[in-house]
Design a protein around this ligand. Structure first.
Ligand code: APR
Ligand code: ZN
Ligand code: ZN
Length: 361
């Protein structure tokens, strides 16, 4: 029987979000209903509310979540009721050209639930990133559930479902940071700090955090930065070169998503170094670079989608490292709030000391 539960929706562009009753159908073939325990508040939720993603209002917001599988539909074998899972927004298909080439992290045809959750009057909801987890329960494709060790706290674990995974993955998957590398991270919000933590995990020798805000830099130090640069006060390219014996960093991760910081990243890396763009630009942004420098400096210019993660491979591994005290996911949880606090959490998002507000149910 379909269930009536609480959910946070964005009804129309720019309007404050509402806590309302939603209808969650029983899981159909290949689907699962998950009892949500925690869900982080991410910029993407705000972008949905502002109409910046698409116009398919009303949205059911929330997508960085952990919870317990309540029920599964026909044919589901990968998870079972009672499993503790992190939700992911890239359930790989196994059939597309990327999957067939053994590169499922780039899957071009990821899965979501086929059935729709609705409002009481039958209006269909669009779940944010195919998840919609600012709700007591949500309906997803079973492949969106990744089982992890239940000893991990839901508030910390859920963050791996999006921003923190994007940052860690930008360092360890896309940037391929290795032992002894020098790494610079430009922009130290939740994503950038996760990249710092990922670089530390991978054995980087120098980790230079760049931001325009000293409080962000202090936080970056606490998750692993060995040096910090306030780019309001110093030229970040020169500062990074100075801190790397005059050469530049092996890997520079751009976690802002702006042309000027991308340019800094481009010039702050060593010859044959790697730039990773994990910050998300807006459609009007352009970047101009001398083609001779693109050629002459060599190396790799890469973009990182969701940290190029493969949830089934990366989530359980990172949760184990967290439980061993080698990855401090708790450091990313600035505050825990209730389901009716999402609008206020949006307002605090650009505050200087919030990495993540996490809704705990
Ligand atoms: N130079 C350096 N740092 C900057 C600059 C700049 N010109 N402009 C902003 N920043 C810093 C901010 O001070 C902040 O610490 O970048 C950080 C951005 O952090 P958040 O706003 O918390 O964003 P976050 O969640 O980390 O996401 C960063 O990654 O996934 C994408 O869409 C996301 O584009 C966004 C980016
Ligand atoms: Zn695929
Ligand atoms: Zn997100």
């Amino acid at each position: 029987m379909a269930q009536h539960v609480r959910g946070v929706i964005a009804r129309a562009k720019g309007e404050p979000v509402e806590l309302t009753t939603i209808v969650v159908p029983d899981p159909g073939p290949g689907e699962a209903v998950v009892d949500i325990q925690a869900c982080g508040v991410c910029h993407t939720d705000l972008h949905y509310r502002e109409g910046g993603i698409n116009d398919d209002f009303p949205f059911l917001l929330g997508h960085e979540a952990a919870g317990v599988v309540e029920s599964v539909g026909e044919g589901v074998t990968e998870v079972a009721p009672g499993d503790y899972v992190i939700l992911n927004w890239r359930a790989v298909c196994g059939q597309c050209r990327a999957c067939r080439r053994g590169r499922p992290q780039y899957c071009f045809d990821t899965h979501n639930a086929k059935q729709k959750m609705t409002l009481l009057d039958g209006t269909e909801l669009t779940p944010a990133l195919g998840i919609g987890a600012f709700a007591d329960k949500t309906l997803v494709a079973a492949g969106q559930c990744t089982k992890v060790d239940p000893a991990a706290s839901p508030a910390a674990a859920g963050l791996l479902g999006c921003g923190v995974m994007a940052g860690i993955g930008a360092a360890i998957n896309t940037g391929n940071v290795g032992r002894g590398d020098s790494v610079a991270v430009i922009g130290c919000g939740g994503v950038g700090d996760a990249a710092v933590a990922g670089a530390r995990l991978a054995g980087a020798r120098r980790i230079i955090a760049v931001d325009i805000d000293d409080r962000k830099l202090e936080k970056a130090r606490s998750v692993g930065a060995t040096h910090t640069v306030n780019s309001r006060e110093a030229d970040p390219v020169e500062a990074i070169r100075e801190l790397t014996d005059g050469f530049g960093a092996d890997v520079v991760i751009e976690a802002v998503g702006r042309p000027e910081t991308y340019r800094q990243a481009f010039y702050a890396r060593d010859l044959a170094g790697t730039v990773v763009l994990v910050g998300v630009p807006t459609p009007e942004m352009n970047v101009e670079l001398p083609l001779l420098d693109v050629f002459g400096r060599g190396g790799a210019l890469k973009s990182s989608w969701y940290g190029d993660c493969l949830p089934s491979r990366d989530f359980p591994m990172l949760i184990d490292l967290y439980l061993q005290g080698r990855l401090d996911l708790d450091a990313f949880v600035t505050e825990t709030v209730g389901l009716d606090d999402v609008e206020e959490a949006f307002a605090r998002m650009h505050g200087n000391d919030v990495l993540r507000s996490v809704v705990v149910l």
